[in-house]
Design a protein around this ligand. Sequence first.
Ligand code: UD1
Ligand code: MG
Length: 457
Amino acid sequence: MALAGIILAAGKGTRMKSDLPKVLHLCNGLPMAELVGRALRAAGVTDCVVIVGHGSDQVKATLGDKHYRYAEQAEQLGTGHAALMANEALKDFDGDVIVTAGDTPLLSGEALERLVSAHRDAHAICTVASFYASDPKGYGRVKRNGDGKPTHIVEEKDATPDEKTILEVNSGVYCFDCQALFAILPTLSNQNSQGEYYLPDALAAFARNGKTTHAVVLEEELFMGVNDRWQLAEASRLLNQSILRAHAESGVTIVDPLSTWISPEVEIGQDTVIEPMTSITGTTRIGPRCHIGPSTKIDDSQIGEGAKVYMSYVHGATMHDGSRCGPYAHLRPNAVIGAGAKVGNFVEIKNATLGDGASANHLTYIGDADVGKDSNIGAGTITCNYDGYRKSRTKIGNNSFVGSNSTLVAPVTIGDGAFVAAGSVITHDVGDDALAIGRARQEEKEGWAKRWRDKNS
Ligand code: UD1
Ligand code: MG
């Protein structure tokens, strides 16, 4: 049976005190609404409509149109009104729909699957995911009749003192028969303390009409809502801990879970060790038997088997098997480090390839360059890739040796097996197996130092 999703994300999120719409704030590396969208997809949702209002352009631009369609809610008249905005987009949809807020980043696909199964097993028209709240304040309370059937959800602001003692609360996540939902929403009233159209009132309306309503009790942690930045930090921490734990369970050593951050999409191979104060984000994939950290940031990068990265910043880069980097190296986008190659301290590499077995061990900038296999780039070598107007490439062959403190002025090519003398400024191509020296010749003035001292003392 088909499953659709509606994410309510039109609210402003005033308490975030931010120009960014609340649902776009990153929770451990991904926008909250994207985490919710992923949970929906993991539960089998194939068509997801996001209700946008505040900052709608930003929300659409960030979430994109691959996985989402959008419906505008110009005025925030309540959650029931918000859900109704999806009517047009889903008017031909025949199946169930999960409706959820966009600010509950800890939702999991597995929990949503349980909601949908419960809904279908009960042959319900409306199923609410509820939980027993450690502190129910602020939540809608779930009222059940003598048969245990939920008949009503009463908002905190509308609740009697008696109703406020109910601990089973509305998580804000529901499964509905999609067309039945759109049929009932226009019948709801906003005669309540907040003057809003309440989505939970749909459950009461179904129950009044004699339809089957259901509530499934799930774990409180799944539904943590984020309303301010402190709650965002807490949600990020919880999500991160569960990710670290999953990596640990699949054979990755996390030396210090308190100072290690790994975002949801990252993959890490078995027997890799992650040292403290390390953050691994984006679409990074790390192979088995690697050593990463301490104090390292890796974003959107590919790290091959057995590679080592110490105290470095690696983004948009590829390191092949057995290569190493750092301490204090900076691999920028399109840096490709060959198998077994070495990048040492204070080396920056951008849009450049370092061939297999090559090394650039100290104090070097390699930008817009191709360095061949087993070549050695001496300390202090700089590729001058930019003339103030355009970028040019430097090509260095296999088995070549670039002496320390060389300046390679691009565009320039250094052949296979060539040798550049230390301190050279290279402005012309160097042939295979040649020696290039581009510096002033050394002079020696015999006895000069002694004469200088004698004169001055
Ligand atoms: C809602 C439920 C409450 C439940 C709680 C769980 C209602 C009336 N109450 O309360 O029973 O216990 O969630 O967290 O639904 N939104 C819109 N447009 C609107 C109003 C809201 O898109 O017009 C969005 C918000 O951006 C937010 C979500 O809907 O993402 C929930 O709205 P919010 O006002 O936070 O509802 P709660 O007061 O939390
Ligand atoms: Mg809320």
